[in-house]
Ligand binder design. Structure first.
Ligand SMILES: [Mg+2]
Length: 244
C-alpha cells in the first residue's frame, strides 16, 4: 500500500494476478502417497532408460527376441511347403542387426549426424556408426534366415537406411552371417516418408506383384509390419527407440 492507503500499481497487479490464479487454477492437495503437491506428467525418460538397461542386462530382451523369432521360424517351416513362391521379409536394425553398442553410448538418443569413435566411449552419430559396419547379428533372426535358406525360401531385407549406406550395409550383413539374401531394399537418398510403413508396405506389395507370397514379415517396429502384404507378422521387442 502507498502512504495514502491506496494499493500501488505493482501491488495491485500482484493482487490481481493472485486473484486470477485462484479463480483459474484448481486447488491441488498433496498426494496421499508422497505428500507432494504435483501434477500428472509423462513417464520420466531417465527412468525409462534405467528400465531399458535393466531389461537388456537381465536377459529378458534376448529371451523376447528368441520367443518371437523362433515362432516365426516355426511358422515358416509349417507353411513353406504348401505355399506358392514363399518369401520372408526382414527389417535390419534391431531385427537382423543389433546396435546395442551405440544405443548404450547414446543413452537411447538417436543423433543421426556427428562423428562416431567407439574407442572414445562417447555418444555416436548413427550415420557414422552405420558406416563402421560393426553391428552384430541378432542370433534368433539369423536362425530364421538360415531356416529360410535351407528351405529354399528367398529373404528380402527392407530397411529405412538410405541408399548411400548400401555398400557398408551389405558388408555388415555378410559379416554377420546373412549370406544369400535375395535383395536389399533401401530408402532412396533424399526421400522422406511420414512413416516407415509408407516406404515398406509398397515395397512388400511389389514383392507380391512379382509373384511371391510373403509368409513371414518380421521387424522391431509396428511401422515395419502395418500396411498389409504379409501373411505372418512378427514384432520383436524394442523398448529402446521408436520409428514412426
Ligand atoms: Mg528396425
Amino acid at each position: 500500500m502507498s502512504a495514502e492507503g491506496f494499493a500501488t500499481g505493482r501491488t495491485w497487479l500482484g493482487l490481481m494476478s493472485a486473484a486470477a490464479l485462484a479463480a483459474c487454477t484448481p486447488h491441488i492437495p498433496p498426494s496421499p502417497e508422497t505428500g507432494f503437491v504435483s501434477v500428472s506428467q509423462p513417464f520420466n525418460v531417465g527412468d525409462a532408460g534405467i528400465a531399458a538397461r535393466a531389461y537388456h542386462r537381465s536377459g529378458a530382451y534376448t529371451r523376447g527376441l528368441a520367443t518371437v523369432a523362433d515362432e516365426a521360424t516355426r511358422y515358416l517351416a509349417a507353411r513353406a511347403s504348401s505355399t506358392k513362391r514363399p518369401a520372408v521379409v526382414l527389417d535390419i536394425d534391431e531385427t537382423a542387426l543389433s546396435n546395442w553398442k551405440i544405443l548404450k553410448l547414446d543413452d537411447f538418443g538417436r543423433p543421426i549426424q556427428g562423428p562416431c569413435d567407439i574407442a572414445l566411449d562417447a555418444p555416436c552419430g548413427w550415420a557414422a556408426w552405420d558406416q563402421l559396419g560393426q553391428a552384430v547379428a541378432i542370433e534368433p533372426t539369423l536362425r530364421l534366415f538360415r531356416q529360410a535358406r535351407a528351405l529354399g525360401v528367398p529373404v528380402f531385407f527392407i530397411t529405412g537406411r538410405p541408399e548411400n549406406q548400401r555398400a557398408v550395409t551389405e558388408r555388415n550383413l555378410l559379416a554377420a552371417g546373412y549370406e544369400g539374401y535375395a535383395h536389399l531394399y533401401m530408402v532412396p537418398d533424399g526421400s522422406r516418408f511420414p512413416s516407415a510403413a509408407d516406404f515398406k508396405a509398397p515395397v512388400r506389395a511389389s514383392i507380391e506383384a512379382a509373384g511371391y507370397t510373403i509368409l513371414v514379415n518380421m521387424g522391431d517396429q509396428p511401422s515395419d509390419l502395418i500396411g498389409g502384404h504379409a501373411e505372418g507378422k512378427f514384432l520383436l521387442p524394442d523398448p529402446f527407440y521408436r520409428v514412426p
